[in-house]
Design a protein around this ligand. Sequence first.
Ligand SMILES: Nc1ncnc2c1ncn2[C@@H]1O[C@H](COP(=O)(O)OP(=O)(O)OP(=O)(O)O)[C@@H](O)[C@H]1O
Length: 484
Amino acid sequence: MTDPVMENLSTLDLEEMARQMRAFQDLTRELDAIIDSSSDGLWICDAEARVIRINPASERINNIKASEVVGKNMRKLLDEGFIDRSAALEAITTKKVVSQLQNREGRKLISTGTPVLDANGEVIRVVVSERDITEIDNLQRELEEQEALRDQFRNHMLELQQADVASKSVVARSPLMVNALKQALKVSAVNSTVLILGESGVGKGLIAELIHKNSTRADKPLIEINCGAIPESLIESELFGYEKGAFTGAQTTGKPGYLELADGGILFLDEIAELPQSAQVKLLRFLENGKVIRLGGTKARHLDVRILAATHRNLDEMVRQGSFRLDLYYRLNVIPISVPALRERRDCILPLVRHYLELFGARDSIRKRITRAASDALLAYDYPGNVRQLMNVCERLVVMAETDLIDVKDLPAEISAGAGKPTAVAGVWQEDVPLQETLDQVEKAVLEKALAKHRNQMRMAEVLGVNQSTIARKLRKYKLINPN
Ligand SMILES: Nc1ncnc2c1ncn2[C@@H]1O[C@H](COP(=O)(O)OP(=O)(O)OP(=O)(O)O)[C@@H](O)[C@H]1O
């Protein structure tokens, strides 16, 4: 017997139905693939909140099998305590998309219930997607903790620094030193990298502090690191920071580097010549693009850090020998400031002595004066350790000198040894050196003494019996004044 319905269908109708059926099957397969491959969990419920299906991601997130929940009503799952809130129930009631935070099996989930409405606006299905945000949440918390730690650290440093700088004053009498300070003040206003050159103890650190104090970054940190004092194996992690587990012994939370800590402020890299080659490459990259990537990390952080660097070494020579990168040298040497050795600015010596005797005296409530002979010995000494050495001598004199009047006998042996002896000024010279060289040395020493005493070229000219233009020319020749 033939089917009457089939009888009335033409071959064309049948072909169309078969095509539609195939298209429907393809669509179902596509939907299955989407649902099953989603990394977010998916729950599909009917209008009564009965679970129709859940995807493999949901099985994994909730640690259940689909068979345990399919066919059950969300209300029952709620009563059984399997879930603490249901986005599906709320979406059915409100007919709106709802998002909820849920705690399940010790994990944090964000569930979004979306109602599917028919043509009459009635709910026919609810799709609930759930995303496990436990890791993101932990990372967020870690980040917040680190940021809090960083702020705490930075504030602490800033307080210490402000107290330190406030208590310091810079003594400068010699034109060479005055010029170095002027340069420092001038560059404070800009953001350029500065390379401070000079022997150990001349005051390079003090110049860096002066630049910071007078810059627009004064209320942000000045972080100082001595590249020579950090073990080579640690310098990169100290400078650039590291992510957790970057190397054996790394803190489990990871750590920001000094560059990050200096964000918004200034990083002062003392003893820059001691920076290992691999760190030189990374520093150069930072100077070029302003970004750092922590060790073991992939995320580039953009930082706003001004770099000041200092060294007592001859970087030119190191570049020639290949131990310092030329490209980094160019990047650092944008504005060089040379701080002269103390023996090249003897007219700073006595003002510094007075300054430090007063400073240490006030600290210890001791007031000490100094004899002329002791002053002369201090003035004649060469100070291989520069201002730092002079400062230590003054502290010792305040504490140790037996009477209120400091005399030659109170001075350290290396300084008192020179007292009273004829110096180059009085006529001691080396044998067998060209006469002109000896004469130049004597002339320079005479000018240095006169400059320290009279401070005024006119007066110097009077005392030395030459005209003022000769004095000016010779001061320039021996670099005792600013060449400009
Ligand atoms: N012109 C100055 N007036 C007052 N104190 C100074 C002056 N120059 C340096 N000092 C003091 O001398 C000490 C040494 O200075 P500083 O540390 O800045 O030298 P440095 O050149 O950076 O030395 P190093 O190369 O060893 O790091 C510091 O205590 C500093 O305050």
